[in-house]
Design a protein around this ligand. Structure first.
Ligand code: FES
Length: 122
């Protein structure tokens, strides 16, 4: 549902929301929602660190990928992957933000340690 003030972007798995005007990038919406998305290229489709996933019909809720994004992502585009710095919000949308790789490694180690599968944390 569109609000009077703009479009709602929901970031999962943290269920954070931002209301933004049409045309704002997912990266800008994430910042507004307080969601950390790593970048190194300053939003120029250069680093590929801002990959997010948009599933199902929500794929149509962001503008189609431009040349730079298509070149960078290739077949990942067909799997719902988008560059947050390039994908512009066109309708209400839910975006899945992948877990930071370092955090994921730490989480796996902690879970294994809790299960007693590893004696040392590192
Ligand atoms: S911020 Fe670098 S590719 Fe999006």
């Amino acid at each position: 549902m569109k609000s009077q003030q703009g479009l709602t972007v929901i970031f999962q798995p943290d269920n954070r929301k931002a209301v933004v005007p049409r045309g704002v990038t997912l990266l800008e919406a994430a910042r507004k929602a307080g969601v950390a998305i790593t970048t190194r290229c300053g939003g120029k489709a250069g680093c590929l660190m801002c990959k997010v996933r948009i599933e199902g019909q929500d794929a149509a809720a962001v503008r189609p990928a431009g040349d730079a994004e298509r070149r960078k992502l290739g077949s990942l585009l067909h799997e719902g992957v988008r560059l947050a710095c390039q994908a512009a919000v066109w309708d209400n949308v839910t975006v899945i933000v992948p877990e930071d790789p370092l955090k994921a490694a730490v989480r796996r180690k902690l879970e294994a340690a809790r299960r007693g599968e590893e004696e040392d944390l590192w």
